[in-house]
Design a protein around this ligand. Structure first.
Ligand code: MV4
Length: 674
């Protein structure tokens, strides 16, 4: 049966990405959107769009009935779930089949088989897929498990069977700790998943996360599209993914691929799937879990195989056989993907939100790909990153003939990526791409933890001279833009009234600009003897820079010459915050602008507000307490994470407006200090 119209039951970058493939193969598309996404890119891209409810996902993107109704109302033949949301929900797959529609994904039985950790492992064991040495059976008697633990040896891991994504895992270093750890793991599992069933495994101390992409058609043809290394993670959230896995021996790849194919066949798999393994330092590998959906990181596999995995999913869903065999497949070069998130690495990766003030991506040629759900915004008024959903802005994927070239292109692409508005992890990604341990492929799941000192500097980096100079020129540029906004150019461009800014005949015009980068004030003295567009700048370290600058006519921002080095920079102002972007740098600073009292730094030190809507889960202080800078005050749970609000300065608690269990809105004042 030929699919003519697909409803994409998702949003953001994956919805746009699926729609691109549909368009490429001539299939019409239907978007669904919540209130928060009414102006979103995926809605614009679709041939048809259906509003499915208010912003909360559970009332929109997770509402099975509304999505099925939207498919019926628009005459869609099939539904693509993307990833996340309902993509591995067997009830959703079942409801689609009941509605006589095609689910672009595996059979319901396959989803069910992989749903539970222990059941999945039992199935894999039968299929001959290697498991970490351990016990995952039904006998939960404490003495029995302690005896099993003795056989496995220490250190070992106790895992909640109903857990996943690292939740409900406990490392036990020695036998004496086992009983207490088992009790704690059970209580945690019961509380988190309503099921205190646990399994125990040998603990791998330096594993890599290597996953195999598998594809199967309805006739049972099953291949593997090689592997991806996703070891660089933070709190079980992938940050960088690459294909192939650096240094993986061909025979290990073949064995891992064969094991993944066996896993898929064991559950009658159809479509795209991923079998995740832990790769130990000695080259042995063990089944972790199987994902019955298209993964976020699938583009790196597409880049090294030249395949369009979504188009392949659709043709398999139509009942077509795979158009290739395993022998037709080969690895071409190396691909790396990074996930650009609106989150603040300097504040424990607190998810960000808000309007994008400026967004520019690297030029997309064959070696650079950007999958995004938001529009570039070189001229302001960009899309909004909502607090209701995953704060991903884009995935940036690069390809090279080998890993070294891919890393080079990754750093270049990241240098050409700029975001102003929500805080992002862009500088964190740049630091990983530039790290020698990354270049040396010294990877394991604790990479970020091991290199946190460089990747997550406690102090914000001081503003380098070029950035400071460009900030000063940016202020002049913004002033000039503001002065000429709306003024029609005079007939005579040489007329003195054309000359913007404060240059005065006869005297040197000097001005000192003060910027604060979060650690200290940095002042730049401007001397405009030869006119406003060629100031001499004196910087905090005493150096003098002769500068020239001019508006970038066909682009945002301005061109600048600092001594003999050329720059294209963009400076944006939001109140007293100035963002300066130039190649490889996105610096935020506070600009103390004496001319604009209204932007004076408002006194927020004493007020402590909720970073976003959430639930108060802990209050660590009492009225009258003396607190030190950095001391935890209140913990708010939001976006599946806990956010600790700490004292920005030493002070005394003068008011507490936060009760445990209370739902608080963003900006709600929780604590007052003096
Ligand atoms: C492990 C392990 C070490 N030894 N199992 C984390 C979540 C889930 N995917 C399984 N996980 C792990 N299981 C044994 N026997 C280390 C991890 C692990 C991890 C695995 C893959 C990617 C990132 C990780 C981060 C922390 C821990």
């Amino acid at each position: 049966m030929t699919i003519k119209k697909i409803l994409v039951a998702n949003r953001g970058e994956i919805a746009c990405r699926v729609m691109r493939s549909c368009r490429d193969v001539g299939i019409a598309t239907v978007a669904v959107y919540s209130e928060a996404d009414s102006a979103a890119l995926h809605v614009d891209m679709a041939d048809d769009a259906v509003w499915i409810g208010p912003p909360p996902a559970r009332e929109s993107y997770l509402d099975i009935g509304k999505i099925i109704d939207a498919a019926k109302a628009t005459g869609a033949d099939a539904i693509h779930p993307g990833y996340g949301f309902l993509s591995e929900n067997e009830d959703f797959a079942e409801a689609i089949a009941k509605a006589g529609l095609i689910f672009i994904g595996p059979p319901v039985a396959a989803i069910r088989a992989m749903g539970g950790k222990s059941e999945a492992k039992a199935l894999m064991e039968k299929a001959g897929v290697p498991l970490v040495p351990g016990y995952h059976g039904d006998n939960q008697d404490e003495k029995f498990l302690a005896a099993e633990a003795q056989k496995i040896g220490y250190p070992l891991l106790i895992k909640a069977s109903a857990g996943g994504g690292g939740k409900g895992m406990r490392v036990v270093e020695k036998p004496g700790d086992f009983a207490e750890a088992l009790g704690a793991a059970r209580r945690e599992a019961k509380a988190a998943f309503g099921d205190d069933h646990v399994l125990i495994e040998k603990y791998l101390t330096r594993p890599r996360h290597v996953e195999i992409q598998v594809f199967a058609d309805r006739a049972g043809n099953t291949v593997y599209l090689f592997e991806r290394d996703c070891s660089i993670q933070r709190r079980h959230q992938k940050v960088i993914e690459e294909a192939p896995a650096p240094g993986l021996a061909p025979e290990t790849r073949a064995k891992m691929g064969a094991a993944a194919v066996a896993a898929a066949k064991a559950i009658g798999y159809e479509g795209a799937g991923t079998v995740e393994f832990l790769l130990d330092t000695d080259g042995s590998f063990y089944f972790m879990e199987m994902n019955t959906r298209l993964q976020v990181e699938h583009p790196v596999t597409e880049m090294i195989t030249g395949l369009d995995l979504v188009a392949l999913q659709i043709s398999v869903a139509e009942g077509q056989d795979l158009p290739f065999t395993q022998d037709d497949l080969a690895i071409n070069g190396h691909a790396i993907e990074v996930r650009l998130y609106a989150e603040d690495p300097a504040n424990n990766f607190l998810p960000g939100a808000g309007q994008i003030q400026y967004l520019s991506f690297p030029l997309q040629r064959d070696a650079v790909r950007v999958d995004t759900g938001v529009r570039e915004a070189p001229f302001g008024d960009g899309d909004v990153i909502s607090i209701h959903y995953d704060p991903m802005i884009a995935k940036i994927i690069v390809h090279g003939a080998d890993r070294a070239q891919a890393i080079e292109r990754l750093s270049a692409a990241l240098a050409d990526t700029h975001v102003a508005g929500p805080k992002t992890n862009l500088n964190f990604l740049r630091a990983i791409a530039a790290h020698p341990a990354f270049a040396a492929a010294d990877l394991d799941t604790r990479f970020i933890e091991r290199h946190a000192d460089v990747l997550l500097p406690a102090q914000k980096p001081r503003l380098d001279n070029a950035t400071l100079a460009l900030a000063a020129l940016g202020v002049l540029h913004l002033r000039a833009e503001a002065e000429t906004a709306g003024i029609k150019p005079a007939a005579d461009p040489t007329s003195p009234w054309q000359h913007r800014g404060g240059w005065r005949i006869g005297g040197a015009d000097t001005e000192t600009l003060v910027f604060n980068d979060g650690t200290s004030d940095c002042s730049v003295k401007l001397s405009c003897k030869d006119g406003l567009d060629s100031p001499v700048l004196s910087l905090p370290d005493g150096s003098l820079i002769a500068a020239r600058f001019a508006p970038a006519a066909e682009d945002m921002g301005f061109y600048a010459l600092l001594e003999d080095e050329e720059f294209h920079a963009v400076a944006l102002r939001d109140g007293n915050r100035l963002t300066v972007m130039h190649t490889g740098v996105g610096a935020e600073m506070v600009w103390h602008d004496p001319l604009n009292a209204e932007f004076a730094q408002e006194d927020t030190a004493g007020r402590l507000t909720a970073p976003m809507p959430g639930k108060v889960v802990a209050v660590r202080v009492q009225l009258g307490d003396a607190v030190k800078k950095g001391q935890p005050l209140v913990i708010v749970e939001a976006m599946k994470m806990e956010h600790t609000i700490v004292a920005p300065v030493d002070g005394k608690v003068t008011a507490i407006n936060a009760n445990i269990g209370e739902q608080v809105d963003e900006k709600r004042e929780l604590i007052a200090l003096e």
